[in-house]
Design a binder for this molecule. Structure first.
Ligand SMILES: [Zn+2]
Length: 465
């Protein structure tokens, strides 16, 4: 078990996409899917990581072997296979897949469901899908190939807000197959439902619409909500889970429609793309920077020209904002950028600096620790965790010291007028506008009734009118 636990942690990043098997929705077959361009780019594994843990960590153990050095047996051994399982799998891989010779980068994933081998997956190194074989009562079934796009289910949800957004989602958004029995019977089932709605609401209110809608003041009874949700499904227990929101619309009872429309953006020089959301005209939903680098926190010391330094005991300028927050609170990159400094830096303690577009930099000090998997040169996205609140360096208690620098000089983040994030332009904008009618049409089909679409913008007024 010790070894399996270690392997589980070590290889999670590699295999998580494969843990999730995605069902296609009834009545929305593969043929229709072909007109759905958004699925093309679903390759980023990062999205899946947290959700896979949440869904399966308690019943499933995963072990992985990477085929290298021409020795298949070693990879099988690493995946925990021995005895009769080992012989069966060796034969299957040799005879069916021709994995006799070295295929550096191919990998094998063994899924144990409550300590019994339940499924074996063979991943070709291009990862455009995987071969899988399931065991029933110790007997292996037939190989089948799961192409990548079949791991995703898109579901349309429509809600009417009666009191809160949470209430509306709880009433209407929980999938019928969230649990294997289709009901919420046990405490675990309820916890899963709460988890599902929490993730959905967080993505909707804290990420997609946090710049457009004040969910405290703006929400009224009679508002309506349409969401296109991507879900994951695990075959062993037949349970599904929330993955992410593809698109969303919020219609105010008093008039007005907020939209979050999807486009897969490929940063220059990158091969992989990520999902971002835009207004109907291609303007970004996001502003360039988040309001705060911590999820909650109190400004304990604002930006100022001069103040008495609590540790040094003399007056000097405070060129940033201090946020008091509990030790270990997540710290977010306030905008997309590249990490340029990530080290201990004198009075700042553990310190990170990020370079953003348009001459901006942000800096984060006194951190307890850094997020794993990042280094100087890493590209981080807005809202990505970069570290945790601490009290390292010259600090009197847990807090985050946050600075914003524009063209080399410190500016007050609270006063800096934050420009919108990059809009879609050129070829991307054209592609996005071309996809919108496809999205609206597909969404209507999935929803089963029309979704609100704003009227096309009026042509510019003729001169002299
Ligand atoms: Zn400070």
């Amino acid at each position: 078990m010790q070894r399996s636990r270690r392997n589980f942690i070590a290889v999670t990043v590699v295999v998580l996409a494969g843990l999730l098997t995605w069902f296609s929705i009834p009545g929305y077959g593969r043929g229709e899917r072909a007109s759905w361009p958004f699925h093309r780019d679903i390759a980023a594994l990062d999205f899946h990581r947290a959700h896979a843990f949440a869904v399966m960590a308690d019943t499933v153990d995963i072990m992985v072997g990477v085929v290298g050095d021409g020795f298949l047996g070693g990879a099988l051994w690493d995946a925990g296979l021995s005895g009769r399982n080992y012989e069966q799998v060796c034969a299957i891989l040799r005879d069916s897949l021709g994995w006799r010779v070295q295929q550096l980068g191919d990998s094998i994933v063994a899924v144990y469901h409550r300590d019994r081998l339940a499924e074996l997956r063979a991943y070709p190194r291009n990862r455009r899908g995987f071969f899988r074989i399931c065991w029933t009562d110790g007997v292996p079934g037939l190989w089948e190939f799961s192409p990548q796009e079949s791991w995703i289910r898109t579901r349309a949800v429509q809600c009417r807000v009666t009191s809160t957004v949470w209430g509306a989602l709880w009433e209407s958004a929980i999938p019928g197959d969230l649990t294997s029995n289709g009901m919420l019977l046990s405490a675990r089932d309820t916890a899963r439902a709460v988890g599902y709605v929490s993730e959905l609401q967080h993505e909707l209110t804290d990420r997609l619409f946090c710049y457009d809608i004040d969910f405290y003041y703006d929400v009224r009874t009679g508002d309506s909500l349409w969401i296109l949700i991507e879900e994951t499904r695990y075959p062993e227990d037949g349970e599904s889970g929330f993955l992410r929101i593809l698109a969303a619309k919020y219609k105010f009872a008093g008039g007005g429609l907020a939209e979050a429309l999807p486009f897969f953006v490929t940063p220059e020089g990158d091969e992989s793309s990520y999902l971002d959301h835009f207004h109907r005209d291609g303007a970004s939903l996001r502003t360039m920077f988040l309001k705060m680098p911590v999820p909650f926190g109190r400004v304990s010391s604002p930006f100022s020209g001069a103040r008495l330094h609590p540790v040094l005991g003399y007056t000097r300028a405070h060129r940033g904002i201090d946020y008091a927050a509990p030790l270990g609170t997540e710290i977010y990159a306030v905008g997309d950028g590249v990490i340029t400094v990530r080290q201990w830096q004198g009075g700042y303690g553990n310190f990170i600096k990020i370079r953003h577009a348009n001459g901006y930099e942000t800096a984060y000090g006194h951190m307890n620790g850094f997020a794993s998997g990042q280094a100087v040169g890493s590209r981080v996205r807005q809202g990505e965790i970069i570290g945790y609140v601490g009290t390292t360096g010259l600090s009197t208690g847990p807090h985050l010291h946050f600075e914003m620098i524009k063209n080399g000089s410190h500016v007050n983040p609270a006063e800096e007028i934050v420009p919108p994030s990059d809009p879609l332009e050129g070829e991307n904008l054209a592609l996005f506008l071309e996809q919108l009618p496809v999205l609206d049409a597909a969404w209507t089909v999935l929803n089963g009734s029309p979704i609100p679409v704003p009227p096309p913008p009026e042509p510019p007024a003729a001169e002299g009118r």
